[in-house]
Design a protein around this ligand. Structure first.
Ligand code: 5AD
Ligand code: SF4
Length: 452
């Protein structure tokens, strides 16, 4: 096996939770080969940039970061690797246009990193081959960033081909992790004291394990039956494949959080049609009704795109009215960005930038009002919070998440990281709640037979 004991590495992660989990996977591969973690790019001998290609802006982040790395490389030896979705998408072009990049490697190839480092790079050809199966050996090495909350990838890729979306080109077609491997992971995490598990996949609802005869609701049932992690979440769901069986599995589970991220993208059925989303506004609203009937008070969040090709003022107005009607606890909103190879890129990007900007500002202003109202209704209540760290603005204040995935900043006499805390909410802004810890829940005993 390659020995990388001379190498201090640093991973810079852009993009979604899947990329965060993949960076833990990369760290596992490098650590197993003897690599050491560096605290920053400046103090490392190898920088791996794990990249996102979902919008042009995400990709630009890589190029400006690479500019910085190139400067560092001029003054000292530095190995530069580009991993993740831009590596997969741009492949050989990345090597050709930026010869100072030593390694270009897609998500299915991370197990080969040590061998490439020993050989001095990928040279002219990016490593972007797809593999059909799961590399469980490599996943077992994964080094987790948090001792409290764990990501567990259950599937990868997407077969939906939403017309705007690059993901089928960066992550390939759907493939599923065997159920027994998922459950074994949950058991290990339970034994080592993890309090929260987040199942990940580009389209988790499509999950299936043919051999085990299991679909996504079975996975939820089986995972929730494992004693330990009190909170289970999952993302991302697709409204098209989000059916009553999943709602029922969520509702009957002790551990599945009353929280769901369900991307709407647009409130206009016509735009949804052009996006190839496979549901109408009415379909989506019916799913929301089903969720709220089964789980009153459930926190819902969503993604919105404004300025999709051909989006009229009227169609945009339907997105605004859907937001007002549904009242999401949180949204992520974006200006449409044409991506190479997608079918929407051939429709023409006809909405002027200033119109997109104005629509985005309108969406965000409306949501700010809605969120402020929701958050205000928590003032005076005591809620359960999982402590995750310290507030970014004020390190004397702790930070955590509610079951609804709201950010809660709070004062506490003891360190609450990794603990469930009852927090009395004293004030609220549009993006977070503030409060005071009233009581810590006791920690469950950790199993003595666990050897990390
Ligand atoms: N332009 C703008 N936003 C996009 N998203 C995905 N592709 C694009 C694009 N081409 C948004 C969607 C998706 C989220 C992760 O990013 O809202 O749900
Ligand atoms: Fe970005 Fe999508 Fe890749 Fe995640 S899967 S890093 S959101 S392009």
């Amino acid at each position: 096996m390659t020995n990388l004991s001379h190498l201090a590495y640093y991973i810079e992660t852009f993009g979604c939770q899947m990329n965060e989990n993949d960076s833990e996977r990369i760290a596992g591969v490098l650590d197993a080969a003897g690599g050491r973690r560096a605290a920053s790019a400046e103090t490392s001998g190898l920088v791996i940039v794990n990249t996102c290609a979902v919008r042009a802006k995400s990709e630009e982040k890589l190029y400006s970061y690479l500019g910085r790395l190139r400067g560092m490389k001029k003054t000292r030896g530095l190995v530069i690797a580009v991993a993740g979705c831009v590596a997969q998408l741009r492949g050989d072009d990345l090597n050709a246009e930026r010869p100072f990049v030593d390694i270009v490697i897609g998500p299915d190839n991370y197990h080969r990193l040590p061998e490439l480092l020993a050989a001095g790079g990928t040279g002219a050809r990016a490593l972007t081959a797809w593999s059909d199966g799961w590399n469980e050996d490599e996943r077992r090495l994964l080094v987790r960033a948090s001792p409290t909350s764990a990501f567990v990838t259950i599937m990868e890729g997407c077969n939906n081909f939403c017309s705007y979306c690059i993901v089928p080109f960066t992550r390939g077609r759907e493939k599923f992790r065997p159920l027994r491997a998922v459950l074994a992971d949950v058991e290990t995490l339970a034994r080592s004291g993890y309090r929260e598990i987040q199942f990940l996949g580009q389209n988790v609802n499509a999950y299936r394990d043919a051999e085990a005869g299991a679909a996504f609701p079975d996975l939820l049932d089986r995972a929730a039956a494992i004693p330990g992690p009190e909170w289970i979440r999952f993302l991302t769901s697709h409204p098209r494949s989000f059916g009553p069986e999943i709602i029922a599995a969520m509702a009957r589970s002790r551990a599945v959080c009353r929280q769901l991220h369900l991307p709407l993208q647009s409130g206009s059925s016509a735009v949804l049609g052009r996006m190839n989303r496979g549901y109408s506004r009415a379909d989506y609203l019916a799913k929301i009704r089903g969720l709220r009937e089964a789980m009153p008070g459930i926190h819902l969040s969503t993604d919105i795109i404004v300025g999709f090709p051909g989006e009229t003022e009227e169609e945009f107005g339907e997105t605004m009215s859907a937001l007002a009607e549904i009242r999401f606890s949180n949204i992520f909103s974006f200006r449409y960005s044409p991506r190479p190879g997608t079918s929407a890129a051939r429709m023409g990007d006809d909405i002027p930038l200033e119109v997109k900007r104005r629509r985005l500002a309108e969406v965000q202003a409306l949501q700010k009002t809605i969120q402020t109202g929701i958050h205000q209704s928590f003032v005076g209540r005591t809620i359960r919070v999982l402590g995750t760290g310290r507030s970014r603005k004020d390190p004397a204040v702790f930070s955590g998440r509610s079951e609804g995935y709201q950010v809660v900043n709070f004062s506490a006499a003891d360190d609450p990281v990794g603990r469930f805390v009852r927090v009395r909410i004293t004030s609220a802004g549009p993006y977070s709640l503030r409060g005071e810890a009233e009581a810590f829940e006791p920690l469950p005993p950790r199993s003595v037979d666990y050897h990390p």
